[in-house]
Design a protein around this ligand. Structure first.
Ligand SMILES: Cc1cc2nc3c(=O)[nH]c(=O)nc-3n(C[C@H](O)[C@H](O)[C@H](O)COP(=O)(O)OP(=O)(O)OC[C@H]3O[C@@H](n4cnc5c(N)ncnc54)[C@H](O)[C@@H]3O)c2cc1C
Length: 208
């Protein structure tokens, strides 16, 4: 069901750590860790996730966007347990892509992650979501890039322009794994790639 309705989540979950880590890790734990490189978070944001926090008989719902407030920081209060997640599937005519960039194929935390979804009306993009991971204190939705794609026929040059806008809005840091400049350049290249992958995934789904 997850593969069919929420492909971004299954693609991203399959890229976490290793077989052993994936067997023990939970989505709730991935969210509560609140790392800017957390692999399930970009897809969950793209699906408009809301999370339920329960403490005894009390419970509250919050959008995932508001729940994560900084690196390793959430609005979770002492004693609260993340008990449920609600996500909405995309419309049928949607192509998706999840790119996790790292130097190893396993046991790798994303240097940059790009979550892309494009919903089409014929050959025009009707709605887009582009979520950038590991290039800011929390995940960043590139609103300018999304808007530049809306109502457009997605070509390589349209994807390039959107990718420039995504690179302009990220706020990467330099750490042991990559410099800020390198991460920004990765955002530009991988956003373009993500858009073209989402387009071709949509086109292939129309052929079948
Ligand atoms: C070797 C290794 C490789 C890894 N690779 C990746 C990777 O590639 N990508 C990635 O995103 N992460 C990776 N991780 C990080 C981690 O394994 C994942 O984030 C995992 O999803 C965490 O889930 P968990 O259930 O193990 O949470 P835990 O580690 O058990 O918990 C994390 C924190 O969240 C709290 N918590 C957990 N569940 C809940 C809940 N339901 N309600 C309230 N609080 C909760 C815990 O109290 C704790 O503070 C890796 C970790 C290791 C050790």
């Amino acid at each position: 069901m997850i593969r069919q309705k929420f492909p971004l989540l299954s693609i991203a979950a399959a890229k976490i750590g290793s077989l052993q880590v994936r067997n023990r890790a939970t989505v709730g734990g991935n969210i509560c860790t609140a790392r800017p490189a957390g692999d399930t978070i970009g897809p969950l944001l793209a699906y408009g996730a809301k999370v339920q926090l329960v403490k005894g008989k009390e419970n509250r719902w919050e959008t995932l966007e508001k729940f994560i407030t900084g690196p390793g920081k959430t609005t979770k209060k002492e004693g609260e347990v993340l008990a449920a997640i609600i996500i909405k599937p995309f419309a049928d005519n949607t192509g998706v892509s999840y790119i996790k960039y790292g130097v190893r194929k396993a046991m790798e935390i994303a240097m940059v992650s790009i979550t892309t979804s494009l919903t089409f009306d014929g050959n025009k993009c009707q709605a887009a979501s582009i979520v950038l991971g590991a290039v800011g204190p929390t995940f960043i939705r590139s609103i300018d890039a999304e808007e530049s794609l809306r109502s457009s026929e997605v070509t390589l040059s349209v994807a390039e322009k959107a990718a420039e806008l995504a690179a302009a809005c990220c706020i990467p840091i330099t750490d042991v794994r990559a410099s800020a400049e390198y991460r920004r350049e990765l955002v530009r290249i991988l956003t373009k790639r993500g858009i073209m992958e989402a387009l071709s995934q949509y086109q292939n789904s129309q052929d079948h």
